[in-house]
Each structure stands twice: as structure tokens, then as C-alpha cells.
Design a binder for this molecule. Structure first.
Ligand code: ATR
Length: 292
């Protein structure tokens, strides 16, 4: 049990439900490793987010993570917003400033850091995003910011993929970094018509999540011949069926654990204006690998 005293800085996560969050164990481990006098707690939120944000601010809570279902609605309570988070329309990290909370999307900063760490460069590559929910939308914006050759959004419900497609096209146009990627959509039954090679795929649906470990959103095994790297955002199970299929055809596959760790690391670094040592990040990752 850590020592809590009058100087202890308080951090936390708001969401509903919140009982299964791994963020407290991640952040409290980092503080312990760093010798920083801070504590991180879960807050089960109600839907009065204005009262919630005001209460947390008036009590001086230094940093807050935000999870489902508040990642978009909380934006109206902030004093400012990181530009990429603004484009995505979702934040998961709030930093206390004198004028109010400032919002970031460290899910995406964390994924960006993972890609760098794994030497996965999206520039000029063909990318595929499976899913068209909140996670897929954020990943699509990250891809668009990396000048890939193409972004293909594959979803069961085409209209949801088309909504992201339209936003990504508008965003790419604004970036003016030379050539904009080709952006298109497919349904999950339609991947037979996809003909690009050496692709990088982000699995952003909840298909395959424990306990449905024998499910995979793309059943067409021929699709996997084209995949050179597959990143599943799921971390439970540690190896999803999607990852198995990617590996069977010689691709590299990653689960969502590193992204989970890095989103926390990025939040911690933003809150404390520090860079965490690799050794601390490795310890947190190993601890999680054993516990999930
Ligand atoms: P998140 O915020 O985590 O992205 P979400 O918004 O609920 O979660 O999105 C879930 C994604 O998984 C969606 O793309 C959903 O497809 P639909 O848009 O067609 O609903 C996809 N998904 C969930 N269950 C699925 C299933 N059984 N088969 C195919 N796709 C599925």
C-alpha cells in the first residue's frame, strides 16, 4: 500500500462501466517506479458530465482519462483541444490547466508510438481498417496523417464506413502534404475484390474478443496472403484468430496490449511533463502480459 499524504496528486479515469479498467494498475505502477507522489483511481461516472468535470476541476484532480461512453461528449467541457483529437472528435486524456481541462487523444498517440517502436511506417503503404466504430475512426485519422497510398475501411455496415470515409477525405485534403491517400470502403463480405499487396491491417472491431475467441471479422483466408502486418486492438485473448491468420501467411501480428500501455505512458508524460524511461515502460508491459 502506497503512502498517501497531504501532497499526493490525484488522477483518475471516468467511464461507465469502469470496474474492469486496467488503467489504475498501470498508472499506480508507473508512479511507484518513478517515485512520484500520486494516486490514480477509477470514478464510475453518471451522465451529468458538466457537473462531473466541474467537480473534478474544483478539487484539483490533475489528470483524467475518459472512456466509454464519454469520449466525445466530454469535449464540450474542455478549455482546449489537441488538433488531432479535435479532428477525430474524441478525447481520452484531460490535463489540468489554470483555465480548465485540456484534451488529448492518447489512444492515437499511443498507437503512433507503437508503430514507431515496431518499425511500421505507413508512408506510401496500403492500409486497411476493419471496423467503423469509435476505435476505427481514430485509427483512420492516424493513418491519414501518415501519408499512406490508400486507406480502405471494411465494415459490416457500409454506411458507417462511408461516414468515416467522407471525414477522412476532408481531413486529408486539409493536410496538403502532397498526394492524399486513396480512401474507399468495402463490406466485410466483399474483401475478395481487394487486390492490393503488402498491406497493413488494423483490426478495430470487437469480433474475436474473449470469450468469442474463435471468431474473426474477415473469414476469407485469401485476404491474409496480402497482409504483411496486422495490428489487433484486442488484447484479450493475447492472440486473436485474426492474429493467427496473419501469422499463418507469414505476416507480423500484434495485439492491443502495447497500444494500451503506450496510451497510458503518453498520458502520464503529458500530465507530468516528463519522458518515462524505457525500463519503466518495459516493466509495466511485462506486468500486464502476466495479468491479462
Ligand atoms: P468501438 O468504440 O470499440 O470502436 P463500436 O463503436 O461498438 O466499438 O464498434 C464496433 C465495430 O465492430 C463496428 O465496426 C461493428 O460493425 P457494425 O458497424 O456493422 O455494427 C463491428 N462489429 C461488431 N460485431 C460484429 C460482428 N459480429 N460482425 C462484424 N462486425 C462487427
Amino acid at each position: 500500500m502506497r503512502n498517501i499524504d497531504g501532497q499526493t496528486a490525484v488522477y483518475g479515469i471516468i467511464g461507465n462501466p469502469i470496474g474492469h479498467t486496467l488503467s489504475p494498475v498501470i498508472h499506480n505502477t508507473i508512479s511507484e517506479e518513478m517515485g512520484i507522489n500520486a494516486v490514480y483511481v477509477p470514478f464510475r461516472a453518471n451522465d451529468d458530465i458538466t457537473a462531473m468535470a466541474k467537480g473534478l476541476f474544483s478539487l484539483g484532480v490533475k489528470g483524467i482519462n475518459v472512456t466509454v461512453p464519454y469520449k466525445t461528449d466530454i469535449i464540450g467541457e474542455l478549455c482546449g483541444l489537441d488538433p488531432l483529437a479535435k479532428e477525430i472528435g474524441a478525447v481520452n486524456t484531460l490535463k489540468y490547466t489554470k483555465g480548465g481541462y485540456y484534451g488529448y487523444n492518447t489512444d492515437i498517440l499511443g498507437l503512433d508510438r507503437e508503430l514507431e517502436d515496431e518499425d511500421i511506417d505507413l508512408k506510401g503503404k496500403d492500409t486497411v481498417i476493419l471496423g467503423a466504430g469509435g476505435a476505427a475512426r481514430a485509427v483512420a485519422f492516424l493513418c491519414a496523417s501518415k501519408s499512406p497510398a490508400s486507406i480502405t475501411i471494411v465494415n459490416r455496415t457500409k454506411s458507417k464506413a462511408q461516414a468515416i470515409e467522407a471525414d477522412i477525405k476532408a481531413y486529408s485534403g486539409k493536410l496538403a502534404k502532397g498526394t492524399s491517400p486513396v480512401v474507399n470502403v468495402l463490406t466485410t463480405d466483399d474483401t475478395g475484390s481487394y487486390d492490393r499487396e503488402d498491406i497493413i491491417v488494423f483490426q478495430c472491431t470487437n469480433v474475436g474478443l474473449s470469450p468469442n475467441e474463435n471468431e474473426c471479422v474477415i473469414a476469407d483466408r485469401g485476404f491474409y496472403d496480402r497482409v504483411s502486418a496486422g495490428i489487433d486492438l484486442i488484447y484479450r485473448p493475447a492472440e486473436t484468430l485474426f492474429m493467427k491468420y496473419v501469422k499463418e501467411t507469414g505476416g507480423r501480428a500484434y495485439n492491443g496490449l502495447k497500444m494500451l500501455v503506450y496510451q497510458a505512458v503518453c498520458a502520464y508524460e503529458i500530465w507530468n511533463d516528463i519522458k518515462l524511461p524505457e525500463e519503466v515502460i518495459r516493466k509495466v508491459r511485462e506486468m500486464l502480459e502476466q495479468s491479462v
